[in-house]
Design a binder for this molecule. Structure first.
Ligand code: G3H
Ligand code: 13P
Ligand code: ZN
Length: 311
């Protein structure tokens, strides 16, 4: 199976009212666990690499690991740059074999975000590579922020239309209340589905939207980390029911990293406590890989993309 782009995946996802899971990868065990889950459930898959992950694992290793995943499985797999922050980084991964990129100019003014996104889109499209962009600010949407300030960080629907028209980006990450990491909400979880609907209504029909910060921070896995020496305090994610609802709308891609980190770290902590004298890395990385696989299977079922590889 060749490495594939995301355009076809997103079209099928929005036609079928499900979302594709995009999972962050940093090493071999994480890639293997994710690919095993996706292959078992016959799912199209996006493996994504942040700038930090690329620095950690190194570009050449990641490319070869994904090639190995493609050789050993029979599912469509896209290799995507997550939160590219410069034109140079996007260019480098496009030239180096990634199948899609994200340019995240959300920290800039609208005009500057449009300018950097357009520059990446022009370069990428000449080479047949789709581009995800971001509009709105994920972090800092808190329950106790006043309404005006809240509106300022949620994606503005009119701006989204202008942004997509002027940049030509292929998918758009929007801010409707999710945020990165394990501490998404102070009290109760809240996503602004009304805002999501307004954005959908104004954009072209079935335009693919992306939800970052979509880990559900499952209490069982927070407990697993805490029971074996961790202290994750008031960790809280997006309820699975809300992710399910978003996946059934025009959200075509859902990003998940934190839940994999919790599963992996909790499992490794547990292994060390159960076997204090263990020093063979396979003894704790093996169970961690299994835990990643089971977590990804759970996610795939919530997103409704199981069986999508057969479509
Ligand atoms: O959205 C960010 C992802 O969770 C990647 O995190 O930059 O620490 O690799 P990272
Ligand atoms: P989480 O931190 O909720 O897993 O989000 C990951 C993400 O958005 C990666 O881009
Ligand atoms: Zn993200």
């Amino acid at each position: 199976m060749p490495k594939v782009g995301t355009a076809e995946m997103f079209k099928k996802a929005n036609d079928g009212a499900y979302a594709i899971g995009a999972f962050n990868v940093n090493n071999m065990e994480i890639i293997q666990g994710i690919v095993e889950a996706a292959a078992e459930l016959n799912t199209s898959l996006i493996l994504q690499v942040s700038a930090g992950a690329r620095k950690y694992a190194r570009h050449e290793y990641l490319i070869k690991l994904v090639e190995a995943a493609l050789l050993t499985s029979d599912i469509p797999i896209a290799l995507h740059l997550d939160h590219g922050d410069t034109f140079e980084l996007c260019k480098s991964v496009i030239d180096g074999g990634f199948s899609s990129v994200m340019i995240d100019g959300s920290k800039y003014s609208l005009e500057d975000n449009i300018a950097i996104t357009k520059k990446v889109v022009d370069y990428a499209h000449e080479r047949g590579i789709p581009v995800e962009a971001e509009l709105g600010k994920l972090a800092g949407v808190e329950d106790d922020v006043n309404v005006a300030a809240k509106d300022a960080v949620y994606t503005d629907p009119q701006e989204a239309v202008e942004f997509v028209e002027r940049t030509g980006c292929d998918s758009l990450a929007i801010a409707i209340g999710t945020s990165h990491g394990a501490y998404k909400f102070k009290t109760e979880p809240k996503l602004n589905f009304k805002r999501l609907e307004e954005i959908q209504k104004l954009l072209p029909e079935k335009y693919p939207l992306v939800l970052h910060g979509s880990s559900t921070v499952i209490p069982e896995f927070v407990k697993l980390c805490n029971d074996y020496g961790g202290d994750l305090g008031h960790a809280m994610g997006v309820p699975e029911s809300m992710i399910k609802k978003a996946a059934a709308m025009n959200v075509a891609k859902v990003n998940i990293d934190t839940d994999l980190r919790l599963a992996m770290t909790g499992t490794i902590r547990k292994e060390f406590v159960a076997n204090p004298s263990a020093f063979d890395p396979r003894k704790y990385l093996g169970p961690a890989r299994d835990a990643i696989r089971e977590m990804v299977k759970r996610k795939i079922k919530i997103l409704g993309c199981d069986g999508s590889a057969a479509q």
